[in-house]
Design a binder for this molecule. Structure first.
Ligand SMILES: Nc1ncnc2c1ncn2[C@@H]1O[C@H](COP(=O)(O)OP(=O)(O)OP(=O)(O)O)[C@@H](O)[C@H]1O
Ligand SMILES: O=P(O)(O)OC[C@H]1O[C@H](OP(=O)(O)OP(=O)(O)O)[C@H](O)[C@@H]1O
Length: 213
């Protein structure tokens, strides 16, 4: 039975290579240098499909892929329907944070009870965070370059991923709240786990044994 694994290009693909190797899987091509969306491997029964990071849960949910690797951010926004999430892979680590322009008095803005304009690619996470604090927000959905929004008056604050802090610094922004720690997880289609147990379980075991500390 063929096993299909959904991965995104970039950091997730790079950081997944050692996990795949532990399961005896070596991609036939590098997705960065190929335009192919279906990539074979050294194992005739395993293929990779290359999708947008935020589309990985959808491919696995509907069984178009049996396994996938997706960030916790993406999984929260997707909702996780139809997905089994057996393993935190401890890769693509970063933090979901609230950030504002240097000089913006965030504490005062929150205390005053006025509505805060928040730009983000992660409306679900942002909404839950501010609801728990009892802060009224207008969420402005963006698809990237969130850091620009406070600089041009689109928003008072952003909710975005921070790793080194370099992007915030380069744009004169300051992190003011830590929402959650993010890493990527293995997701499995619930029906596939039963139907393809003999193929999937050894891959899960190999990944579990190779998770970086
Ligand atoms: N700076 C970072 N450092 C570490 N991990 C990160 C960083 N930025 C994002 N991630 C994690 O890696 C995952 C994939 O990020 P990537 O940048 O490849 O895709 P994306 O551009 O966010 O997604 P899409 O293509 O769907 O818009 C994210 O979902 C997140 O969990
Ligand atoms: O704290 P840093 O180390 O600077 O990382 C943070 C940046 O990384 C992510 O962007 P990414 O690199 O994925 O760019 P993209 O969203 O344009 O793909 C995130 O959206 C931040 O902009």
């Amino acid at each position: 039975m063929t096993l299909t694994i959904a991965l995104s290009k970039g950091r997730i693909f790079e950081e997944t290579l050692p996990l795949l190797a532990a399961a005896g899987i070596v991609p036939a091509e590098a997705p960065e240098s190929s335009r192919k969306l279906i990539i074979g491997t050294n194992r005739p029964d395993v293929r990779l499909v290359i999708v947008r990071a935020s589309d990985v849960p959808t491919y696995v949910q509907y069984g178009a892929a049996d396994l996938g690797i997706a960030g916790r951010d993406v999984l929260i926004e997707h909702g996780g329907a139809g997905l089994y999430q057996p393993l935190d892979l401890n890769i693509a680590k970063c933090k979901m944070m609230v950030a504002v322009e240097n000089g913006f008095d965030y504490d005062a803005a929150v205390k005053h009870g006025a509505r805060l304009k928040v730009a983000t690619k992660y409306p679900q996470i942002a909404r839950e965070h501010f609801a728990a604090k009892g802060v009224h927000v207008d969420i402005i959905k963006l698809y990237g370059s969130m850091e620009l929004a406070p600089l041009v008056g689109l928003a008072d604050a952003i909710v975005d991923l921070v790793s080194t802090g370099g992007t915030l610094k380069a744009n004169n922004l300051l992190a003011v709240e830590h929402i959650i720690d993010i890493s990527s997880r293995l997701v499995v289609n619930q029906a596939a786990l039963k139907l393809k147990y003999d193929t999937i379980q050894p891959v899960l075991d190999a990944f579990a044994g190779a998770v970086p500390q």
